[in-house]
Each structure stands twice: as C-alpha cells, then as structure tokens.
Design a protein. Sequence first.
Lengths: 227, 219
Amino acid sequence: MFNWAADVVALVALLGAARALLALAGMDVGTSFGGIGSSREMMIATLAEPAMMLIVLTLAIAAGTTRLAGVADFFIAEPFAVRVSLALSLVALIIVALAENARIPVDNPVTHLELTMVHEAMILEYSGRHLALIEAASYLKLVLYLSLLICLFAPFGMAPATAGVGGWALGLLAWTAKLLGGATLLGVWEVSIAKMRVFRLPDFVGIAFVFGFLAILLAFLTRGAVG
Amino acid sequence: MNYTYEISHLLAGAMLVTSFALLYQERIAAVLNAFAVQSITLALAVAWSAWSQDRPDLFITALIALVLKGIVIPVALHRTVARLGIHREVEKVVGVGVALIVGLALTGLAQALFLKVAQGSASHAREELALALAIILLGFLMMIVRRNAVTQVVGFMSMENGLILAATGARGMPLVVEVSVAFSVLIALFVFAVFVFRIRERFDTVDIDALDRMRGDRR
C-alpha cells in the first residue's frame, strides 16, 4: 500500500515541514510583523492540514493506495466516476489549496496592509535572492497544488508511464493547457470575491474540514468498512 | 459503473451538504435560501428515482416538493421575515464550529447505525437511508441550536425533507400518505406563522429565550 516514493502522506508531511521552516524564517528576523505572519500562517495550517489529510485518505480509500502514481492510474481508468465522496473532497481540496497558497479569500499575496497580511508579513524583511527564492517556492507550491487538482479530478489526457515519447509529449501538452485553464479560473475567482477578515478564516477553512470529514464518512459508507 | 445509483447518491449527498449549510449560515435570509436549495435538490432526487425506478407516482412527490417546499414555503417565510423586520438580523447561535462538529458526529452516528442495522440489505438502499437519517438528525440539531422561531421552523421543514428522501429511497410510501404529509407540513407552516406573530406581539421579539423568561426558567 505504501511506496518508497511519491506517497501522498509524505507529500503532505514535506509541505508541512516547508511551512514550519518558513514560519521560523518569519520569526527569525525579529520584527513583530514576521511573528504575526508566522502565527497567522500556523493558525491557517492547523485547520488546513487535517482537512488535507482527510482528503488524502478519502482518495486512498477510493484508489486503494496512497501512492500518487497508483491514485492517478485509478483515476485514468475511471474517467467519469461520479461519486459524492470525490465531489466533496474536490471542494475541500480547492479550499485547502486557496488557504495554503495564500490566495484571496484567505490571504492576498500582494498586499502590504498590516491588518490582513499573512504570507507577505512573514517575508516582509527579506530581499534580494532570498526573497526571490521564497517567492519562487511559493509559486512552485501553487503549481504543485494546481497539478494535484488537475491530476486527481480532471485526468483526461494524462499519459501513463508506458505511453512512449509521443504519449508523454501529448500528456505534457494536456497538463500545460489544464494548468493555464486552472490559472485562469483562479484569476477569475480572485477578482470576483473580497478577502475575508482574519477572524472569519477558521469558519472558511473549517468548511474544508467538514467536507473532508463528510467525504471520508461517505467513502466508508460506500465500502461498508465500518462495523 | 452504475450511474443510476451514483447520481441518486450524489443528489442525496448534496442534500446533506445543504443541511450543513443550514447549520453554518447565520443570516436568516441566507438560511431560507439554503432551505430552498435543499428542497429543490430533494425534488431532483425524487424525480431521478421516479425516472430510474420507473415509478411515475414519485413524479407527483417531486412536484409537490418543488412547488411547495422549493418555492411556496421559502417565499412565505421570506415575506414573514420581512414583515417581522428581522431580515437583516444576524443570529448568534452556539457557535458555528461546535454546531458543525456535532453535526459531523450525528452524520457518523447515522452511518454507523445503518451499517449495523441494515447489514443484509442492498448497499444502495442502506446508503440512501443513512444519508436521510443524517439529514433528519441535522434538522433536529438545527431546531436545538437555533434561537429564532423562524429558523426553527426551517429546521423542522428540513427534517421533513429528510423523511421524504428516506421514503423514496425505501420503495413504498403510498402516494396518499405522501400527499397528506405534504399538506400537514403546509398546515404546520400556517400554525407556526400564527404562533410566530403571536410571540412577536406578546414579547416584541421572536427570540425563543423570551419564552424561557416568561415561564420563569431564567437562571
């Protein structure tokens, strides 16, 4: 069931470790803004991470493995599966992705307003190549989450390992197109809603937790695994 | 892949999600809209099972759910709320987080119960019934945590939605029963409306706490 590489649980753990290091870096500069940013980031993370684990476990129950490649194979084989638990985990994963990537209802990555900064507050004191590295890492994280959403919930045109060079090229093309589509949707989403107050964030990210929990309950129900 | 079953399961799951939306919303107008969405989803679910199980009488049930609970009751409640002048009011409930966690626990309870009780029966019916029971329990919960008379009425109606879902999933509620249930709910709505106005006249509020004070239960 587990694998030596590309395990989703390990992926969540790595992302958590990266976030912890970023929060430490935010406090390292010793200004109050860095501390406030780190504290808020951790508050969001405590809500988003359990939701993420629930989503991962729902997918693992559906696919029978926590290996990303195995999960992807399962979703390629069943491209039109309509399932409540998967629909719920899609919504939950979108909310988690918005929260983790400091996107608009949760956080605005370009703001410099002290009341609302989260991600930006942590890296306020960084400049030069350090800032460039941190920003590049956050963009990479966004690509990672978008790819996760794409591969799990829109696997059309994904090339398996045995597809050959032509198949891989097609798969790459499909992935790029879907990534651009996802980025467009994100842009539309960001311009159409306002940022939330920090104190309302637990409610918003809590929705992801509720949906993740419902998804896993329904997945168990479908399999009849309880009792 | 069995699409018939998947889609009915999806619609029942959507109803469960709207039940959670009812618990989550604090604004009365938004609660009424969420209730309308739940009733329309119920109508879709019933219509789908009418079509897929080839039971044309269920179409009538779906029509009743759509017209009565999807349109008439929400509109009537919207007008009631507007006449009471509380349509902008934000209702403070016990705390959204606590309500949602209790709701999750109730959903888990419903499912664990049906996995035990309905061990031998077909898994489709079992899941449908578990979801319906969860919706009923969430309606109960809503009536418990809400303090406004109007939102308590909505909790009652959403319980009834769960009952209808259970009845259509279980194959066999006669149409006569269905029609009489629908009309008794309508009459209940009128009674509720009268009571809400009487409460307001008497206490200048529709907050249920006022009734405790009247009875002398105040601590």
